[in-house]
Design a protein around this ligand. Structure first.
Ligand code: ADP
Ligand code: ADP
Ligand code: MG
Length: 451
């Protein structure tokens, strides 16, 4: 069953390849777009057609709405899949697709706009009766205002860009002095990264665990969850390892979480796939953090435990088909873990671009979602993630053992990566015990890397 004739993928790297894979299986033609820096990238040759949309800088290519729209028109694509990052959460892009009668594979422009603002999302969730992280619900304009609100809330606090993403644009502050020091810079960073200088304050949750719920909703009001993902192994507020089920939740708490996530999503008449992110404190209270209105990097974890293809479901929903199952039909089996392999210095976490001179991904019981092949160049222009390694086991222990073996057998040369760090985490007692928070990596890094 072909939902569309031709889908343009407005992205690059592993996610472009991932989307092409499902389209191919469904007999849908694909159009890759690429920047001059990506002319040799694997997603370009794997698509049915490819269009160069400009120079390396993302602003001039992957973020250039008119270039992408023009490529879709030239190739007569009837739908666009935005992947994650780039234009995936840009309401203006969705509007332009609508104007050109091209289906945007994702939620409506209005929903993206609402949830793209963390402040607005907080308001919507409170309306739905979903608890949000204690904090302010308005934009903070001046340092005087920030100090006053901070005194009311009490330190430590997180100063956050309302439009932020990818762990960028947030700053932990322990006291007034620190707040004064970072306020202007955080606002400026928000402006330069997200074109929106709106910032707000949230209580810092100590010993936090990041647990999110995968949501799926069709155009007919059917909203379901596809279980949770635990994403507490992070660096610089960005995920490194994800797993499902979460070792932190019992079934009562899990159901409470799903109920809140589904309630929140119903409030905003959401369609397509999306992720409700929550943060848990050490007493197992949970609070809404933000919603991502797109396919998530870590979606393979959910695909492994449910056996569903999330990209196919996205196409189906965008083609205005009904979801072919009810909540009770969705089941999960076993335990899945994903590791993100980054081209970066494992100590400083600074990106490490270069040529991948050797890449071996052995094993047939391991899922590799990689944007690069042997000989590919990791350029400094885009996110330094090289790929994702996902395993599925009968139990959590079984999955950890499989991941240990997969990482050990893997070989990558030419660029610095976090491979050794991932291996050490998989052998760390605290991780194996399931007893970790988002502070785990920062606390343990030195010991894990033996320095
Ligand atoms: P996920 O939320 O799926 O776990 P990440 O936070 O790691 O993924 O982000 C995935 C990619 O999308 C990264 O390249 C990141 O820089 C980019 N990204 C995420 N949110 C935004 C945003 N609001 N604006 C721009 N880029 C974003
Ligand atoms: P982004 O849009 O960049 O993904 P999030 O609001 O989802 O931003 O936060 C990213 C990560 O930062 C979270 O997963 C968590 O580890 C940390 N974080 C964010 N807000 C808080 C908070 N109030 N208290 C503690 N940690 C937080
Ligand atoms: Mg987030």
């Amino acid at each position: 069953m072909a939902y569309f004739k031709k889908v343009l993928i407005a992205n690059r790297g592993e996610i472009a390849r991932r989307i092409i894979r499902t389209c191919k299986r469904l007999g849908i033609d694909t159009v890759a777009v690429y920047s001059e820096a990506d002319a040799e990238a694997p997603h370009v040759s794997e698509a049915t057609e490819a269009v160069c949309i400009g120079p390396a800088q993302a602003k001039k290519s992957y973020l250039n709405i008119e270039k992408v729209i023009q490529a879709a028109k030239e190739t007569s694509a009837d739908a666009i899949h935005p992947g994650y990052g780039f234009l995936s959460e840009n309401p203006e892009f969705v509007r332009r697709c609508e104007e050109e009668n091209i289906v945007f594979i994702g939620p409506s422009a209005e929903t993206i706009h609402l949830m793209g603002s963390k402040l607005e999302a907080r308001l919507q969730m409170q309306k739905a009766g979903v608890k949000v992280v204690p904090g302010t619900d308005k934009s903070i304009e001046s340092i005087e205002e920030a100090i006053q609100i901070a005194n009311e809330l009490g330190y430590p606090l997180m100063l956050k860009a309302s439009a932020g993403g990818g762990g960028i644009g947030m700053q932990l502050v322990h006291n007034q002095e620190e707040l004064i020091k970072v306020f202007d810079a955080t606002k400026q960073k928000a402006n330069s990264f997200f074109n929106d200088g709106t910032v707000f304050l949230e209580k810092w949750i100590s010993k936090p665990r990041h647990i999110e719920v995968q949501i799926i909703a069709d155009a007919y009001g059917n909203v379901m969850h596809l279980y949770e993902r635990e994403c507490s192994v992070q660096r610089r507020n960005q995920k490194v390892i994800e797993e499902s089920p979460s070792p932190f939740l019992d079934d009562d708490l899990r159901n409470e979480l799903f109920e809140a996530a589904v309630r929140g999503v119903k409030e905003i008449n959401y369609t397509n796939v999306g992720t409700m992110e929550f943060i848990f404190d050490e007493h197992k209270n949970f609070y809404f953090l933000e919603m991502n209105t797109r396919l998530q990097v870590e979606h393979p974890v959910t695909e492994e435990i449910t056996g569903l293809d999330l990209v196919e479901l996205q196409l189906k929903i965008a083609a205005k088909e009904r979801l072919p199952f009810t909540q009770d039909d969705i089941t999960k089996t076993g335990h899945a873990i994903e590791c993100r392999l980054y081209a970066e210095d494992p100590f400083t976490f600074f990106p490490s671009p270069g040529v991948i001179s050797s890449l071996e991904l052995p094993g047939d019981d391991v899922r590799y979602d990689f944007g690069f092949v042997n000989g590919s160049t990791v350029t400094p222009f885009y996110d330094p993630m090289i790929g994702k390694i996902t395993v599925h086991g009968i139990t959590r222990d079984d999955a950890i053992t499989k991941m240990q073996k997969a990482l050990e057998a893997m070989n990558i040369q030419g660029v610095k990566t976090n491979l050794l760090l991932l291996e050490k985490i998989m052998r760390n007692d605290q991780f194996i015990g399931g007893n970790y928070t988002t502070e785990f990596l920062a606390e343990q890094k030195g010991q894990l890397l033996g320095s």
